[in-house]
Design a protein around this ligand. Structure first.
Ligand code: PEP
Ligand code: MG
Length: 571
């Protein structure tokens, strides 16, 4: 096989060189050789296969100390699917209709997979892969197939998909990179690959690699590329690139705990975006100082009924305690748009991102909102808390939300509950209205946090999930840069804190610009924190010439200007 280049989307960064191992599990040939019996016999075989599949997963769980808590949760989830009455009955029903058990499993898996794949919510959509993984495990037991064993070291594993349980067993020595056709940022296999630090690309057409077992592969996620069978010179140059990357990553990891102080002595706070208190361990390891955004909607999305006040207190308290006294900004429910939850029977909408969302729902369902505010205030006794309200458009919304916050505090006081009187009350600035009104909004709150994910969407009138218009979705577009500047200036003028928790905050390229605009805090996915901290440490806070940036007319000019600044830094 000659030199071949594959392209994909990076989900975990890395530069790695290894040997291709193409993983293809050939179910079809085993199915062809399968000799069915009568209905009762098929039913009995299926029940036994199910039992053996569960025993395998129990076995993996019992080797507990090798698994991270994320991996344990995923295996638990697969065990739950194997106990799901609806799923099992769907298979049994088909067997009773006279369909052979392998085909019955495959049909039920397809139905369940399609059901998940058609859901609006990205997290639930990704559960389609889990159904396939679980179904395949039972199928392998039924067909008497051996479990896949990956042997060898320094592998670049290429596959359509890899089951989470298999991924969980890989070690850092064994695997250098993962190249997948399926999967996304939130699919479970990818979550595990990320937690192990494997360089990972998804969305790759892997068919060309099926003949490449044993060939050398060069993976550079920053370029979204895999080069298979490179020539000698390319391989030598790549080895140097790997060394440089390793040095850089090792250096950054070592310094992750150091504060982010600019060359001119200004201290910036780098905080974590999390969706659960369980993510705090990694956030602390990566040098995050507290939490700039806890998306509480995941607490609601996981449940059929609204989470009780006590359940919420437990989660918020857990987060605050794990943050060790650092400020945790917890965002009130931001459901709607692309985030749905079963516990709030929301009607489908023509334009969900412009519709019934976030604070609009909370001010409509005041009991639910008050319960969340009470839980937050109660939890404030265990750390340093900031409450943040998403999607604010008007002063009236702030006043109403603030009035409920005060009401909740008074209720708790009269109930004799102790809490922190200094809880901060802030808002997300993520709509064009919040840009125009920033000066007024600043009078009523303790902080702003700029949500660039939505700010770009609403400023540019471009759906954040629509690939066809993705070329317009750019946080370096001058329209967005000017909006950010307006918000920062208003906050500074009013003397309140201003941070950013949209994806732009986790881009090291943006750091000098955001520092120069006077942002106090940048909040991001913990894995990128060491890189952003280093970008802060290697620049002065006034390296970016704001006047100059504000005069640019295209995103390309802004980007090129910032690239010039980053190259001047010492990182
Ligand atoms: C944002 O809009 O930038 C943000 C952080 O919120 P979310 O991505 O949850 O909408
Ligand atoms: Mg948002």
């Amino acid at each position: 096989m000659g030199r071949t280049v594959l392209k994909g989307t990076p989900v975990c960064n890395g530069v790695a060189m290894g040997v291709v191992r193409y993983l293809d599990i050939d179910y079809d040939s085993f199915i062809k050789d399968y000799v069915p019996t009568d209905k009762d016999g098929e039913l009995a075989r299926f029940v036994l296969a199910l039992k053996n599949a569960k025993a395998d997963l129990d076995g993996i769980l019992s080797e507990g100390e090798k698994l991270s808590s994320e991996e344990e949760d995923i295996i638990d989830m697969h065990l739950m699917l194997l106990d799901d009455v609806g799923f099992i009955e769907a298979i049994k029903r088909r067997i009773k209709e006279g369909i052979g058990s392998p085909a019955s499993i495959q049909k039920a898996v397809t139905d369940f997979k399609n059901m998940f794949a058609n859901m609006d919510d990205e997290y639930l959509r990704d559960r389609a892969n889990d159904v396939v993984d679980v179904g395949n495990r039972v199928l392998r037991k039924l067909l008497g197939m051996p479990e896949t064993k990956i042997e060898g070291e320094n592998l670049v594993l290429v596959a359509k998909d890899i089951e989470p349980a298999l991924m969980a067993g890989f070690s850092e020595n064994q695997i250098k990179a993962i190249v997948l056709e399926n999967g996304s940022k939130t699919s479970h296999s990818v979550i595990i690959a990320k937690s192990k630090g494997f360089a990972t690309l998804v969305g790759v057409d892997v068919s060309k690699a099926s003949e490449c077992n044993g060939c050398t592969a060069l993976v550079d996620t920053r370029e979204g590329s895999v080069v298979i069978s490179p020539d000698k010179d390319e391989e030598e140059a790549f080895k140097k690139k790997c060394e440089e990357y390793k040095k850089e990553a090792g250096y950054l990891a070592e310094k992750a705990g150091d504060p982010a102080v600019s060359l001119d002595g200004k201290r910036f706070k780098v905080a974590a975006n999390v969706a659960s208190p369980d993510e705090m361990g990694k956030a602390v390891d990566m040098g995050c100082e507290g939490v700039g955004l806890y998306r509480t909607e995941f607490l609601f999305m996981d449940s059929d009924t609204l989470p009780s006040e006590e359940k919420q207190v437990k989660a918020y308290r857990d987060l605050l305690e794990k943050a060790g006294g650092n400020l945790c900004i917890i965002r009130t429910l931001d459901i709607g748009g692309d985030k749905k939850c079963k516990c709030l029977d929301l009607m489908p909408e023509e334009n969900p991102f412009l519709g019934y969302r976030a604070i609009r729902i909370c001010l409509d369902k005041k009991d639910m909102f008050k319960t969340q505010l009470r839980a937050l205030i109660k939890a404030s006794a265990y750390g340093k808390l900031g409450i943040m309200i998403p999607m604010i458009d008007t002063v009236t919304e702030i006043k109403e939300a603030r009035a409920l916050f005060e009401e909740a505090k008074n209720e708790l006081k009269s109930e004799g509950v102790s809490f922190d009187e200094e809880v901060l009350f802030g808002i997300m600035t993520e709509t064009p209205a919040s840009v125009m009104m920033a000066g007024d909004f600043a009078k009523y709150v303790d902080f702003f946090s700029i949500g660039t994910n939505d700010l770009v969407q609403y400023t540019m009138a471009v759906d954040r999930g629509n690939g066809l218009v993705a070329y317009l979705y750019d946080y370096f577009d001058p329209a967005v840069v000017r909006a950010i500047y307006t918000i920062a200036k208003a906050a500074k003028g009013a003397g309140i804190m201003v941070g950013m928790c949209g994806e732009m905050a986790g881009d090291a390229l943006a750091a000098p610009l955001l520092m120069a605009m006077g942002l106090d805090e940048l909040s991001m996915s913990p894995s990128v924190a060491p890189e952003v901290k280093e970008a802060i440490r290697t620049h002065r806070s006034d390296d970016a010439d704001i006047e100059k940036v504000l005069a640019f007319e295209t995103g390309k000019e802004v980007r090129e200007y910032l690239e010039g600044l980053l190259n001047k830094g010492t990182c």
